[in-house]
Design a protein around this ligand. Structure first.
Ligand code: PMP
Length: 385
């Protein structure tokens, strides 16, 4: 495991600046990663919400090999049978209104497709997101949640994006009820001009920035109520929360909310292939497709669909979300009990197997993550979270 030395180029590969360590994976299986120098780590991040069914799941590998021997490519104007099979199972697993899917290669692309669809359908320009969230690495997806000061050098991003504060429970002295009332008032004001095409959000938790902040339960219900009231589309980014992570197959089930558009990636193929999906209603798709330009050369290759189909079949067959709910509850309770009254730990929180904590002293988290890794537990951090 190599500590960063400010050059983030190793063996000709450019790594992102936030990785203060890197390692080569010699082998990975289930919950474990073996580094090139022989260290065995428990991956407590599931490859950051990707390998929800374990690294190198053998059933998924088998499905890909079987597909390799049939067909590996389908251009944009065709469908391979496995693409149809996967589209059927994915839409069958979602609320019945969400019955049309656009093919993509990952989460960024699926979110771009969603925002283009929202603008094309509503004829409105503004997109609303929450500050300090991550929805992808394109100019548009960065405009949703990146703080402007992070991206000054590569700005301008995309026009007509507005950001509001996420009503997070951590750091607030207000009751959950007051947090939600204040949030509802702000959101009502922002949407009341009836000029916002869409709001983009995760399901009441931030998985994409490493902070794992949560909003009080009821957040999503308020967002759904107000978006309906003002004709704004609700885009749910389920890239991190989908595929059993939060104790339900999809995070939208936590409050029983059906969005206008949902986006998926990460756990979709369990990390075995690049794939993303934007799912919407056939009404929205029919009315927007001419202007939303949803094309993707490598979106849903048959190999990726073989992986995704098998992954979803396993989630459903084994009810993986039940394990995530049960184990998540155990882990959250254990951590909360362990750190109760410990001044170094400011907060422990989470939903299902998406769990985060904040340390109450600066720079302690970096040390804790280092110590954990030395002891064989791979964690990920973001500042003091
Ligand atoms: N949304 C969320 C919530 C994410 O966590 C991520 C990836 N970290 C993305 C979107 C972007 O997905 P991708 O990296 O596949 O483009």
């Amino acid at each position: 495991i190599i500590k960063a030395d400010y050059s983030m180029i190793k063996n000709h590969i450019i790594y992102n600046d936030y990785s203060d360590w890197t390692y080569d994976v010699a082998k990975a299986e289930g919950a474990y990663i073996w580094t090139k120098d022989g260290k065995k780590l428990i991956d407590f991040t599931s490859g950051w919400n990707v390998t929800n069914l374990g690294w190198n799941n053998p059933e998924i590998a088998e499905a890909i090999v079987a597909q390799v021997n049939k067909n590996t490519y389908a251009p944009m104007w065709t469908a391979d049978p496995i693409q149809n099979d996967f589209a059927n199972l994915l839409t069958d697993s979602l609320p019945k209104e969400l019955d049309a899917v656009a093919r993509a290669t990952g989460g960024t692309e699926a979110n771009e497709e969603a925002m283009k669809t929202a603008r094309a359908f509503t004829g409105r320009k503004k997109i609303l997101g929450f500050k300090n969230t991550y929805h992808g690495q394109s100019f548009g997806t960065m405009a949703i949640g990146y703080l402007p000061e992070y991206v000054e050098t590569i700005s301008p991003l995309v026009g007509e994006f507005i950001q509001m504060d996420f009503p997070k429970t951590f750091g607030s002295n207000e009751s959950d009820a007051k947090l939600l009332t204040d949030f509802e008032k702000q959101l009502d004001e922002l949407l009341s001009g009836e000029d916002v095409a869409a709001i983009v959000t995760e399901v009441g938790i931030i998985t994409g920035w490493g902070s794992t902040y949560i909003a009080p339960k009821g957040f999503l219900t308020i967002v759904r109520k107000l978006t309906k009231k003002y004709g704004t589309l609700l885009i749910l980014d389920e890239v991190g929360t989908g595929f059993s992570r939060c104790g339900k197959l999809f995070g939208m089930e936590l409050e029983g909310v059906t969005p206008d558009i949902a986006t998926f990636a990460k756990g979709l193929s369990n990390g075995a292939a690049a794939i993303g999906a934007m799912v919407t209603t056939s009404n929205i798709a029919e009315k927007s497709f001419k202007n939303s330009h949803l094309t993707s050369t490598f979106g849903w290759t048959p190999l990726a669909c073989a992986a995704a189909l098998k992954a979803l079949q396993i989630h459903i067959r084994d009810k993986i979300w039940e394990k995530a709910e049960k184990d998540g509850e155990y882990l959250l309770n254990s951590l909360q009990k362990e750190f109760k009254g410990n001044s170094k730990v400011a907060d422990v929180r989470g939903i299902g197997m998406e769990i985060g904590l904040t340390f109450g002293q600066p720079n302690l988290m970096e040390k804790a993550v280092d110590v954990a890794r030395d002891k064989g537990l791979h964690l990920t951090r973001c500042g003091d979270n």
